[in-house]
Design a protein around this ligand. Structure first.
Ligand SMILES: Nc1ncnc2c1ncn2[C@@H]1O[C@H](COP(=O)(O)OP(=O)(O)O)[C@@H](O)[C@H]1O
Ligand SMILES: Cc1cn([C@H]2C[C@H](O)[C@@H](COP(=O)(O)OP(=O)(O)O)O2)c(=O)[nH]c1=O
Length: 209
């Protein structure tokens, strides 16, 4: 009798940080490192990652709404993303990198907006009871550095227009979560040069089994 052999499950890696921390600058570099290992790679983002998720992203980034509506919409986008992109890819052995995931909901909706963290726990346990990233890379910078980088480059969305105390609380919640789960998080000092960050990322990805 022939026995089917399931492919080894892929790895799930997420990127986090306050706006302007330098996340987008480095994601393509990490994607290339992973492809160089010969892995199939799916590169995605949240909110978004699916056609419906991208519509939800537009709303979340540009329309004013109640903070609980905002939380529900980012988790609605996530539910779709997990079902249509993340789980199928991991199941066939591909690696998945996502520009943000649930830690962003804790940091922005919880830390930044002040939504009860217990409600976010409930949503996370509902939407992905058994799925967490294998690795989360947190790009950390002080607010003034992030703000200077943002001002230099782009049209600001609804989050990027928030005040300093919002980002202070967002950054603190990211750091609190990183301290709570040191085995999942790698915190990168994103005030260092792009080259130094790349070297650190190469080390982190190279060390993955
Ligand atoms: N280590 C760094 N040193 C100096 N500038 C950086 C660094 N990392 C990113 N930047 C610049 O800061 C700006 C914002 O970076 P970006 O990657 O878009 O941030 P994020 O995706 O975290 O919001 C970009 O213009 C980028 O070139
Ligand atoms: C995934 C997620 C993102 N966000 C916010 C954080 C960011 O400000 C925004 C997404 O923007 P971001 O990922 O920074 O994209 P860009 O680099 O194109 O600006 O959405 C939440 O508030 N909650 C979430 O759960």
């Amino acid at each position: 009798m022939s026995q089917s052999i399931l492919p080894a499950r892929g790895r799930f890696i997420t990127f986090e940080g306050i706006d302007g921390a330098g996340k987008s600058t480095h994601i393509q570099f990490v994607a290339e490192l992973i492809r160089a290992r010969g892995q199939e790679l799916v590169s995605s983002r949240e909110p978004g990652g699916t056609p419906l998720g991208e519509k939800l992203r537009e709303m979340v980034l540009h329309d004013a709404m109640h903070l609980e509506t905002e939380a529900l919409l980012v988790f609605a986008s996530r539910r779709e993303h997990i079902a249509r992109v993340i789980e199928p890819a991991l199941a066939r052995g591909a690696w998945v990198i996502s520009d943000r995931f649930t830690d962003a909901s804790f940091a922005y909706q919880g830390g930044g907006r002040g939504l009860d963290l217990a409600k976010l726990d409930t949503l996370a346990n509902w939407v992905h009871p058994a799925l967490w990233p294998d690795l989360t890379i947190l790009f950390d910078v002080p607010l003034d550095v992030a703000r200077a980088r943002l001002d230099a480059t782009r049209q600001l969305d609804r989050f990027e227009q928030e005040k300093a105390d919002f980002f202070l609380a967002t950054r603190n919640e990211y750091l609190r979560r990183a301290a709570q789960e040191p085995q999942r998080f790698r915190v990168i000092d994103s005030t260092q040069t792009i080259e130094a960050t790349r070297a650190q990322l190469a080390e982190i990805i190279g060390a993955l089994p």
